[in-house]
Each structure stands twice: as C-alpha cells, then as structure tokens.
Ligand binder design. Structure first.
Ligand code: ADP
Length: 390
C-alpha cells in the first residue's frame, strides 16, 4: 500500500496542503487548497495533473483553522485514496535563534514555537493552529516543523545584528531572514545542475508575491535582504521593502496613524500595487499600457539590482545568479532587465535561453552565470520529513 506525507502551509485565511510520496523525488500526488476561512470556506483538491478531483464548501460560521483541519481529516480516506499517512510536515515562518533545522514537534516544542508569535504575529499563530489541531485529532501521527528562518542561521553574527542598543539585540530584535525553505531547495537543485557553482558564491532571487535575495557561499546562507520581518529588503507585490524608518515616524506625526495602519501600509498597500495603483500581479502590470505600471516594474527591478550589488559585496564577488518563484521562473522581461543591471558583474544573457526558461540562461563564456531554478518549498519539507523520520 502506498505511503504518503502531508505537507501543510497555513496562512491567515487559507491552508494549502499536499500529499507527497515519501521517497525521492518526493512527488506531490495531490494538492489541496482551503480558502475563505472566516468568509466562505471552500476546499479544492487537485491531482498530480492539476485536475480538480474534489470540492467542498462549508458555512463560514465557526469555521476556523482547527475546524478546517478537522473537516479535512474527516475526508481522510477519500483524500488518501487507499494510501497510508506517515506524518505531517508544516511550514512554520519563525524558528527564532533556537531552531536552525527541522524538528519533530512535541507539546513542549509547540509551546516554545508559540512564544515566537510576537516576532511574526501575521503568520506564526496560523502556522501553529493546524499542528495543534492534528495533535488533538491524531496524537500518534508524527509532526515535523520546518522553518523559513532556519536556513539563515549560518550567517555571521555581524550580519544578523541591527545597530540598535545591545539590550534590543539580546531581546531578539535582529535580522532573521525568510524564504529559507525555498533557498535550501534551490541549493539542492543547483548541486545537481552545476556542482562547481554550488560550491561558489551565488545569489538566489526568490521573486514571487513575497520577494527576497539570499547570498550563499557553498550552499549556505551568508546574507539575505529580509530582516526582522518579511517586510524588509526588496519591493514586493504589496510590501514596500526597505524603507527609511524616518518615514514611519513622519507618518505617525503628520497623519496620526497607529501601528496597525502602518502595518497595513507596508504589508498590504505598497509595493507593485501601491506604486502602480493597478495591481500587485506582475502579469497584469506587464500587460498594462499605464505608465504607472511601467514605473512600478522599473522600481521593482531597480531595487533588485541595488540589492544584488550589496549581496555581491557581502560575498566578496559573485559566480552565479539564480532566479526562482513566480516572477523569477516565468517573467522573461524581469530576468532580462535584472541581468542587464548585472553586466558590470560579468553577466551576459543568452536571449534565446532566457526566453526558453533555462535552466542556464547566461551566454557561454559569461564570467557570471545565470540560471532559472523552479522552487518547491513543499517538496523541501517532504525531504526533511524523510530525514527526520528516518
Ligand atoms: P507567492 O509568493 O504567493 O507564492 P508566486 O511565487 O506564485 O507567489 O509568484 C506570484 C507572482 O508571479 C505574481 O506577481 C505573478 O504575476 C507572477 N507570475 C506568475 N506567472 C507569471 C508569468 N507567466 N509571467 C510573469 N509573471 C508571472
């Protein structure tokens, strides 16, 4: 009988899950998405080809994350299609300083992870809710937590610090970095594509709705653009990225806005959406004739080029640039524009290879090679589960 892992990625109003094979290449057999938690809960399950194989709707009343898990587990036999479930793996945004790698969740570890919620209030409580719900309903099912911050714990102390009074650093106000599961996955893929480059100095550009860069040496994180929160660094779909902190103080003084309004401003109303006034979606902006759409895209690209320069300095030079996630994997123009801004680092793109989507998109003989490597955060979690559970 087939054996599967379930990988869970829970956000504020949605829960994504995927049923993965337990051996390499850890293929996803089925993917589920529960959307509209709090408004109009709806489950859609797709098979490996992307065909919808099941749909369910529930009344919004009382339908929270725990209920979503309970309802999904009640569908268990139908979802599993005869397979046995061997474990649940969870994407958890914050592992703090203690959790550098995946961990099997116990009640004590769950309590420690809950203590990190103030560091990621928009994500951590939602990530932990399904772990609790599964522990209540199936206490014997092994559960593994994998962290977005974990991959960056290899960074030097100086890279992880802000220039704030020491007591604040000691209280945990420091640069953690995120998108770690994506970077780790890309690093494993690169090791197969170009082993020599995988041992060199590489910048990975994870460009999706959330966007960040990671500088790696020999596959380990040396620096990244995201910091204390996932709001720092690059411009994103709806997040502004790095912002002079004086702007926030000015807005509090002149517009009298509070922390919640600032949070909404920097996480939800800025970035591609805020600058264009049209959309947070790169496809929409690329197709729009509105000059504000072009301006938003130009700023997005400019910020990436600037930060690549910063990370190349942190690495003391650069051997490879890798594009991944929705925009990085699909937007030929963004790759071309960012690469043009990296000509000074020795990057020459091969237009035909770029249009074809890689994997290698730099011209033969270019000093800096460029690549497209599709990411798979859920697959990385499945891989970790196999390691942790032996
Ligand atoms: P998330 O961070 O939510 O996982 P994704 O990695 O799915 O986001 O990336 C979403 C972004 O990728 C959107 O801006 C979307 O427009 C962009 N994208 C997806 N497909 C394409 C495409 N074919 N061409 C250009 N952009 C694309």
């Amino acid at each position: 009988m087939a054996e599967l892992f379930v990988v869970v990625n829970a956000g504020s109003s949605s829960i994504k899950f995927a049923l993965h094979e337990i051996r390499a290449p850890f293929k996803a057999r089925r993917r589920g998405l529960i959307e509209g938690i709090g408004t109009a809960p709806h489950l859609r399950l797709r098979d490996a080809k992307g065909e919808t194989v099941m749909e369910r709707r529930w009344p919004a009343e009382g339908f929270d994350h725990a209920r979503a898990i309970a309802e999904t587990m009640a569908l268990g036999p139908e979802l599993l299609n005869g397979a046995t479930l061997l474990g649940a793996g969870h994407r958890v945004v914050h592992g703090g300083l203690d959790f550098a790698g995946p961990v099997r969740v116990t009640p004590a570890i769950l309590d420690r992870l809950a203590l990190l919620s103030p560091l990621a209030p928009l994500h951590q409580p939602h990530n932990l809710a399904p772990i609790r719900a599964i522990a209540d309903l199936a206490p014997d099912l092994p559960q593994i937590a994998c962290f977005d911050t974990g991959f960056h714990r290899s960074q030097a102390a100086v890279t992880q610090e802000f220039a704030l009074p020491r007591r604040m650093t000691e209280a945990g106000i420091r640069r953690y970095g995120f998108h770690g599961l994506s970077y780790e996955y890309v690093a494993t893929q690169l090791a197969a594509l170009d082993p020599a480059l995988a041992h060199g100095r590489v910048i990975v550009a994870h460009l999706g709705n959330g966007a960040s860069l990671c500088a790696m040496r020999a596959g380990r994180s040396v620096a990244s653009t995201m910091g204390f929160t996932a709001a720092d660094g690059l411009m994103m779909g709806t997040r502004c990225g790095a912002l002079d902190p004086g702007v926030l103080i000015h807005l509090m003084d002149t517009e009298g806005i509070d922390a919640r309004a600032l949070e909404s401003l920097i996480y939800k109303e800025s970035g591609l959406l805020g600058v264009s006034g049209i959309s947070s979606d790169m496809r929409t902006l690329r197709a729009s004739p509105d000059p504000h759409a072009a301006e938003a895209v130009a700023l997005f690209v400019h910020r990436i080029i600037r930060e690549i320069g910063s990370l190349a300095a942190a690495l003391g030079g650069l051997d490879g640039l890798i594009f991944t996630a929705g925009i990085g994997e699909n937007d030929v123009a963004t790759r071309a524009e960012v690469s043009a801004g990296c000509a000074w680092l020795g990057l020459t793109l091969d237009g035909a290879r770029n249009a074809a989507g890689g994997p290698r998109i730099s011209a033969d003989g270019a000093r800096l090679s460029a690549w497209v490597v599709p990411t798979d955060e859920e697959g990385m979690i499945a891989r970790h589960m196999a390691e942790v559970l032996g």
